[in-house]
Design a protein around this ligand. Sequence first.
Ligand code: ADP
Ligand code: MG
Length: 139
Amino acid sequence: MSERTLAIIKPDAVKKQAIGDIINRYEKAGLKPVAMKLMQMSMPVAEGFYAVHKARPFFGSLCGFMSSGPCVVLVLQGENAIKKNRELMGATDPAKAEADTIRKAHGANIEFNAVHGSDSPETAAFEIGYFFPGMEIFG
Ligand code: ADP
Ligand code: MG
């Protein structure tokens, strides 16, 4: 089933000039960017995006990181896009990420881990709507 997922190339990966490598991995896996922008989140925007993690001890640090510089926000479309992107990303902790994953290649640690990907159809719908109005998605 063709579906959509929200991906973010986080500020650490943008600083490392890994945008091209990461988008290449999406495209090679059949995930088509149907919306994309370079943007810098404010602290409140990052806090709203990660609201589900509000109670976690790393919440403040995570939102500080995500607003520390520009990131690339994309909507990816393809067969099983949510699961496929999670597989491309690898485990949250790059030290535990499988070979040939984005986090293995570009992540530094469990916080600075290069990319975000929606984890369910419900979060994908929320996350896509958080950053893109329908008229900016070219499916
Ligand atoms: P994922 O991004 O793999 O879905 P989570 O949703 O659990 O992982 O966490 C969201 C983000 O919060 C992670 O990608 C990472 O940047 C950060 N994070 C997760 N766990 C920790 C932790 N224990 N310490 C610091 N940062 C964390
Ligand atoms: Mg998550």
